[in-house]
Design a protein around this ligand. Structure first.
Ligand SMILES: NC(=O)c1ccc[n+]([C@@H]2O[C@H](COP(=O)([O-])OP(=O)(O)OC[C@H]3O[C@@H](n4cnc5c(N)ncnc54)[C@H](O)[C@@H]3O)[C@@H](O)[C@H]2O)c1
Length: 289
């Protein structure tokens, strides 16, 4: 598949990442299909997308015409079969190996064999996910966007052990057409950014668990003295406590329980209590006010 042949992009998962990626795709002129198993998630995604694009019009980043044209290019659907004509797929569903493999196996059975199948996984092995695809495994690749996907420029392009050079080159070119900056990474647990970020969250959670300090103070210190754009707790709330916990668990397991990456009981407690951060209104901070 050449980049010029890509007309239709399919996005699976309409959560935090899927909706941001859909904005990039539609603004770059691609027909965009966004699929989710949850109709509530699709409704929320539609509302959020319209709000984000209206905000961009107010800030004069795009015109009202561009906003309307982008919205006109997006189809929201729970019908998986509508993805069958897509030239390029970006999977952004839950960070769960079994869920992703099942999705890739279904894509294998409905999509053309030259359609590129990418995953936005934060930490899982692209090579492992690609084993769910039997026809032309070389078309499976990692395409790791950052949150918020419509704003953050970086995309890690992860070459699995079976990924073909053609797939790699097309994915790099498409990333540029989406107005993003691609960097390539080998298929190792959590790639570059999330690997470095694990101890950032992990140490902050340990400091909190030990009662040394509170989220507000830790975030303030890291921003004012460390010059980070966001503190670890603000960032975890933005990512989603559930997503961050899944990523931590997968990296911990992938490195054979290296204590450096051990998850925190605080993460588990918050997931059990549905305190998932911004998306549920409560995380380390309260967003319901
Ligand atoms: N949140 C982040 O900061 C971030 C950043 C980079 C990458 N990621 C990765 O992106 C992916 C999605 O993360 P997110 O934060 O958007 O999660 P999210 O929980 O906000 O959204 C996931 C969506 O996927 C849907 N879904 C689950 N199973 C599905 C299936 N079988 N078919 C279709 N839809 C399905 C859910 O209904 C939900 O709407 C994960 O792999 C995550 O690791 C997340």
């Amino acid at each position: 598949m050449n980049t010029e042949d890509i007309r239709k992009i399919g996005i699976i998962g309409s959560g935090t990442m899927g909706r941001g990626i859909a904005i990039c795709s539609a603004l770059a002129g691609y027909e965009t299909i966004i699929n989710d198993i949850s109709s509530v998630a699709l409704d929320n995604s539609k509302t959020s997308l319209e709000k984000i694009l209206s905000g961009s019009v107010e800030k004069k980043k795009i015109t009202a015409e561009e906003k309307n044209a982008a919205l006109g290019r997006i189809i929201f659907t729970s019908d998986f079969n509508l993805l069958k004509d897509c030239d390029f797929i970006i999977e952004a569903a839950a960070e769960d190996e079994q869920i992703k493999k099942e999705i890739f196996s279904r894509l294998d059975s409905i999509c053309r064999t030259d359609a590129i199948l990418s995953t936005n996984t934060s930490s899982l092995s692209v090579t492992n996910i690609s084993t769910a695809v039997k026809q032309n495994t070389g078309r499976v690749i990692g395409m790791h966007f950052f949150n918020p996907a419509n704003i953050m420029k970086l995309v890690e392009i992860v070459k699995g052990d079976f990924t073909s050079d053609e797939t790699l080159n097309t994915t790099i070119e498409l990333t540029q057409k989406l107005n993003k900056t691609p960097v390539t990474a080998k298929d190792t647990p959590a790639f570059i950014v999330n690997r470095i970020a694990r101890p950032f969250y992990g140490e902050a959670l340990k400091i909190l668990a030990e009662g040394t300090s509170d989220p507000e103070t830790i975030d303030k210190v890291m921003k004012e003295c460390g010059k980070f754009a966001m503190g670890p707790f603000e960032l975890m709330d933005m990512i989603g406590i559930d997503v961050n916990f899944s990523v931590t668990k997968s990296v911990y397991e992938a490195f054979f329980n290296d204590p450096k990456y051990r998850p925190s009981f605080i993460q588990k407690k918050m997931v059990d209590a549905n305190m998932l951060g911004r998306k549920t209104g409560r995380g380390f901070y309260n967003y319901q006010k």
